[in-house]
Write a protein that binds this ligand. Structure first.
Ligand SMILES: Cc1cc2nc3c(=O)[nH]c(=O)nc-3n(C[C@H](O)[C@H](O)[C@H](O)COP(=O)(O)OP(=O)(O)OC[C@H]3O[C@@H](n4cnc5c(N)ncnc54)[C@H](O)[C@@H]3O)c2cc1C
Ligand code: SF4
Length: 375
């Protein structure tokens, strides 16, 4: 497993027996945190980066879904990402193409020919030596199979993403009344860790995000009671201390180990029914608002890239890598790398680290191919 990258760069590879001089630029697909860092890395290492983003703005899901603040410091998303975006936009070696998608790819490492389509339908062909896929994730649709939470039925059942959008506007209110809620419940693991719907994985960030949002709700509405219903809390690394203990001790958020089985309307409130698994007894509590902690699934763009570049998908549907824990960015296709949530649930730290690693490996490959072709 760990030798996969060596195979990719070995002098026996087909790519290194290519006829012409390998192309010296790298295509990055996806302008979210992972793709931005990959583009900055490639350019800082002296190669040309072509950064293709399907939407009309860079910034990825944190921008497109209007995240208010980011972990762990609850700083404004736009402020937090401004440095990275600024570096990419002004770097002379980064060529940003907004509203653009990849529709076709031919060739191999060192000499890919990719066809790009812009919003106006016009097609251009580009030659690149390596490709980094950073097409990210999409949020689980809570109306899809978890009907008992009533996301499309009750206005006051919302998702983490809806809550971020509200917080971005500086307030948290019940959608049904426009009034601040007195009692708010988060339900964890919606669409994750659920074998019945086929998502047999933990989405990694939602325990931290729910805890972060519960702090924000308590800051905005100090008298509100906030409950988090969880199977088990999964806080990674420093988040345990920075977010979870802070929510519990400083902000008096109530963590309830339990499974919510159903939400029904009762008067103008929501009755949350389930089981408190610590006490081993049924619970029924009235809430003004319920926030569903929806997980991550591969985005449509990620699935599209798997087809266009012939990258296999791993068991959970994300793009496969073949280096195990020691190489998280090399796909089984020589010359094609992956970064961020396209490869599985990732937080920002993971996504940025993978973007940097993918840039380094892509540039190392180009340098190696060039040495072989000159020598
Ligand atoms: C509600 C919520 C809040 C979160 N808050 C935090 C937080 O506070 N801290 C934290 O660490 N993590 C947070 N996360 C996780 C964070 O959003 C991800 O780690 C991060 O967005 C992953 O970055 P990415 O670049 O891999 O993917 P994305 O951000 O999804 O970006 C992918 C980009 O690729 C583009 N794209 C897709 N398909 C194509 C295509 N075919 N062609 C061209 N472009 C394409 C998309 O338009 C998008 O711009 C949160 C997640 C959720 C669900
Ligand atoms: S991070 Fe927490 S809420 Fe999200 S899937 Fe994992 S355990 Fe469930």
């Amino acid at each position: 497993m760990g030798s996969s990258h060596v195979i990719q760069l070995s002098s026996d590879s087909d790519a290194e027996r290519g006829t012409g001089m390998p192309n010296d630029s790298v295509l990055i697909v996806g302008g979210g945190p992972a793709g931005l860092e990959a583009a900055r890395g490639v350019a800082d290492l002296g190669k040309k980066a072509i950064l293709v983003e399907a939407r009309d703005e860079l910034g990825g899901t944190p921008y497109a879904s209007s995240y208010a603040t980011l972990t762990p410091d609850l700083r404004d998303t736009e402020e937090e990402m401004a440095g990275l975006l600024g570096d990419v936009r002004k770097h002379p070696l980064v060529d940003v193409r907004l509203g653009t998608r990849v529709v076709k790819s031919e060739g191999r490492a060192g000499e890919f020919r990719v066809t790009l389509t812009g919003g106006d339908g016009a097609q251009v062909e580009e030659e690149v030596g390596a490709v980094i896929i950073a097409t990210g994730f999409q949020h689980f649709d809570p109306g899809r199979e978890t009907q008992m939470y009533g996301y499309y039925e009750y206005d006051d059942v919302i998702t983490l993403v809806d809550a971020e959008k509200m917080m971005k506007k500086g307030k948290i209110v019940r959608p049904s009344t426009g009034e601040p809620p007195e009692r708010v419940a988060f339900i964890q693991c919606v669409g994750s860790r659920d074998r019945q719907i086929g998502n047999k994985y933990c989405s990694k960030v939602c325990c931290g995000i729910a805890s972060k949002q519960s702090i924000e709700i308590k800051r905005m509405l100090p008298n509100a009671k906030v409950f988090i219903f969880y199977i088990d809390m999964r806080m990674y690394g420093f988040w345990e201390d920075q977010i979870y203990w802070k929510a519990q001790e400083e902000y008096k958020v109530n963590y309830v180990r339990g499974i919510v089985t159903e939400i029904i309307r009762k008067g103008d409130r929501l009755l949350v029914k389930g089981e408190d698994t610590t006490m081993g007894r049924p619970v029924e509590v009235l809430m003004d608002m319920v926030i569903l902690s929806v997980g991550m699934e591969p985005s449509r763009g990620t699935i599209e890239m798997s087809r266009i570049f012939n990258i296999p998908r791993e068991d959970h549907g994300f793009l496969a890598t073949q280096g195990g824990p020691l190489d998280t960015v090399s796909t089984p296709v020589p010359g094609i790398f992956v970064a961020g949530a396209a490869a599985g649930p990732k937080d920002l730290e993971d996504s940025i680290s993978m973007g940097g690693a993918a840039a380094m490996k892509a540039v190392a490959l180009l340098n190696r191919l060039q040495r072989v072709s000159v020598g």
